[in-house]
Design a protein around this ligand. Structure first.
Ligand code: XMP
Length: 517
């Protein structure tokens, strides 16, 4: 397994995902992980990530010297290369030209790391790689034992190696997709140089998780809040396989779900897989609480609190439950670890609706804690979940509650559900669903004038939103074909009562958020 030490680069998680994609288990830890913890982890190789700092600043982050003494291969990326250089006795200086974005590096000298990996060949016979650079400092002189393995005009030491100790450093980012051969470079390091096999596969992950869950909970009963989202669905399928009837799921229908969603969840889990699912119809309770409330934050709070209440009520009816299962995934773990130590930049994350009923005294079982979203999806498929469920766009915990602007009313929800369903159905039909990251309809409680046949109509507005994004922190509105939008608009106007107008949202994030509330 591979240890990744995080110096705070925005790309660190990508390194971990690439290593996992290569079928190798890895963990990401803060750069100052202490020596004993490193020894206990017993890595087969270490990757030092990039980071925002300059090695010149005072108090620059350093890896524990043990990392360079373990006798295992080390790969330093960007800042990782610079700190390795400085820690081993080389020099790093501020570059005269900062380099950001595309660059072409020439592979030079022979190296295990880059051998036979190239995008082009130069007239002189050097391998050329198209890479993504982002750095301000550069290596000026090499530590003893190192030689140059890659260069650009601007950074004569863009890649360095000490083959004897199996230490490698690259100034560019192999983990980002703009570096076209990036995955091969990562694979070369973890497979060939560190000697790790491709053992981290969907079926191994499942087997391993099942064994661990069984050991953890024994013959106890486990409770899971099933939302129908990807993470809780995969937890349900996994726990069902691990402990069968010891698992009870509670599915709360809050009246703010998409068309047919409740029935789908019941059919997939209860009917087809034989999972114990208690469906709670709490529409009236939710809508009752939301009556007269139009402030978005207050709506979110009410929905969250009501969810906990309902869940709590149901849970307290169950006898001898000792465990609460949650669909926490690895990015949540990394982010909250960052929040605790204040090291990695903390990125605001939305809380899922729901929480641990405090007085219940349940222990947590979180079988997806080590997995990235793409791994969760892979094991979901392997566990037999339908791919429409596993590859579904994200849906916010407060559901349609934040897509009906202002006060939530039952008939607004009904209108929105039908319009949203048409939009999604047409996206799937046109093979556009998977090309956008998230798409949905929004109900605007304003009226506009329209005409149907000979009659004047004075009805509400539906806005359609579709975005493309990698991380949901920024997004671009999806440039859907006009003909497609035309079709969706016609269908909504013809088939959904109470809608006089359909508009398409062309706001990016920023300045807009993805949701309207
Ligand atoms: P925004 O609207 O902040 O959304 O650009 C970014 C992503 O987060 C989802 N989202 C939520 N998810 N509870 C959730 O579980 C929430 O309250 C919530 N609000 C927004 C949103 O759908 C998008 O994917």
């Amino acid at each position: 397994r591979i240890l990744i030490l995080d110096f705070g680069s925005q790309y660190t998680q990508l390194i971990a995902r690439r290593v996992r994609e290569a079928g190798v288990y890895c963990e990401l830890h803060p750069f100052d992980m202490d020596a004993q913890a490193i020894r206990d982890f017993a890595p087969s190789g270490v990757i030092l990530s990039g980071g925002p700092q300059s090695v010149h600043e005072e108090e620059t982050p350093r890896a524990d010297p043990l990392v360079l003494d373990l006798g295992v291969p080390v790969l330093g990326i960007c800042y990782g290369l610079q700190t390795m250089t400085a820690q081993l006795g080389g020099d790093v200086v501020p570059a005269t030209h900062r380099e950001y974005g595309y660059a072409q590096v020439r592979a030079r000298g022979h190296s295990q790391l880059l051998r036979d990996i190239e995008d082009h060949t130069s007239p002189e016979g050097y391998g050329l790689l198209d890479v993504w650079m982002s750095h301000g400092d550069r290596v000026e002189s090499l530590p003893p034992g190192f030689h140059v393995i890659a260069e650009t005009d601007n950074a004569p030491l863009a890649g360095i190696a000490d083959e004897e100790r199996r230490f490698y450093g690259v100034q560019f980012h192999p983990e980002v997709t703009h570096t076209r051969q990036g995955q091969r470079i990562i694979e070369r390091f973890v497979h060939d140089i560190c000697g790790c096999g491709r053992l981290w596969t969907a079926s191994n992950i499942i087997e391993d998780s099942i064994a661990r869950v069984r050991e953890q909970v024994g013959s106890d009963r486990v409770l899971l809040g099933l939302s129908g989202g990807v993470d809780s669905s995969v937890v349900a399928a996994l726990l069902h396989r691990a402990i069968g009837d010891q698992l009870t799921c509670v599915f709360v229908d809050n009246g703010l779900l998409r068309l047919g969603e409740g029935d789908q969840v019941m059919s997939t889990f209860a009917r087809h897989m034989g999972v114990n699912v208690i469906r709670v119809d709490a529409e009236d309770r939710f809508l009752g609480r939301l009556k007269g409330v139009s402030d978005p934050e207050q709506k979110r709070k009410i929905i969250g609190n009501t969810f906990i209440e309902v869940f709590d009520d149901e849970a307290s009816k169950l006898q001898d439950v000792n465990w609460l299962a949650q669909g926490t995934i690895y990015p949540d773990v990394i982010e909250s670890a960052g929040a605790k130590t204040g090291k990695a930049k903390v990125i605001k994350s939305h809380h899922n609706v729901g929480g641990l009923p405090e007085e219940m005294n349940l222990q947590l079982v979180e079988p997806l804690r080590e997995l990235f979203k793409d791994e969760v999806r892979k094991i979901g498929i392997e566990l037999g979940l339908p791919s429409e469920m596993v590859y579904r766009h994200p849906f916010p915990g407060p559901g349609l509650g934040v897509r009906i602007l202002g006060e939530v009313q039952k008939d607004f929800a009904k209108t929105l559900r039908l319009a949203d369903h048409i939009f999604i159905e047409e996206l799937r039909r046109a093979d556009l669903y998977e090309q956008v990251s998230q798409a949905f309809a929004v109900f605007l409680p304003v009226r506009s004038v329209g005409v149907v046949g000979d009659n004047r109509l004075y009805a509400h507005v539906i806005a359609l939103r579709a975005v493309e994004t990698i991380d949901f922190m920024t997004a671009r509105w999806a440039h859907l074909p006009y003909d497609f939008l035309d079709l969706v608009c016609r269908r909504i106007a013809n088939e959904v009562e109470g809608v006089s107008r359909v508009v398409y949202d062309i706001t990016g994030k920023p300045p807009g958020t993805i949701e309207w509330e």
